[in-house]
Ligand binder design. Structure first.
Ligand SMILES: [Zn+2]
Length: 186
């Protein structure tokens, strides 16, 4: 594969003996494949092959898992700025705005967002629709990864099913991800 060649996800770009897999590639059965749509970049000195994603093609795949911050909460929708796709090594370069509908927070009926997510929280969510980008935190593992105290903005710690602020000595409810403050993710 030559530098600047256009590749699609799943295209074989090299054999593993030739190159070290860089960003936008993955290794499988001794071969390296593209994980994004973009152009091949070869670092001949370090023997690294990468795929530089097309900016406008760097869309977020349906059903992928993403990380973002809650930046707006209304009655039935919450606005999320998505920064990162799970499994990718780099931050998204564009600004991706998604929404979570109140029906995509828990199984069953949720009256409002205040028991599940709050402005400023960092969440892990799954992508259930594109254009517009719609997210869900219903599934296990999805929900709040970092919750900030609504009174003092301190990062809260998990105490069973609630988050607790040591400064204010009070608890708040959230839909908490199984990976709450998981250092593997951050
Ligand atoms: Zn507090």
């Amino acid at each position: 594969m030559d530098s600047n060649a256009v590749v699609y996800p799943g295209d074989e770009v090299a054999i593993a003996e030739e190159y070290i897999p860089g960003n936008g590639t993955y290794e499988f059965n001794g071969k390296l494949f593209a994980s994004v749509i973009g152009r091949i970049k070869i670092d001949g000195k370090e023997r690294i092959i990468s795929v530089i994603p097309f900016h406008n093609m760097e869309s977020i795949p349906l059903n992928s898992i993403v990380y973002g911050a809650v930046d707006d909460v209304k009655q039935s929708t919450a606005g999320i700025t998505v920064y990162f796709i799970e499994g990718r090594k780099e931050m998204l370069t564009g600004k991706y705005e998604g929404v979570i509908h109140i029906s995509k927070v828990i199984h069953g009926y949720a009256k409002d967002f205040s028991l599940y997510i709050r402005i400023g929280d960092i969440i892990r969510a799954s992508v259930i629709r594109l254009n517009p980008l719609e997210l869900s935190i219903i599934d296990n593992g999805m929900g709040v990864l970092i919750g900030y105290c609504t009174k003092c903005r301190n990062i809260m710690e998990r105490r069973d099913k609630v988050l607790y602020c040591k400064v204010c000595e009070r608890s708040e409810f959230r839909k908490i991800s199984d990976n709450y403050r998981d250092p593997v993710i951050f």
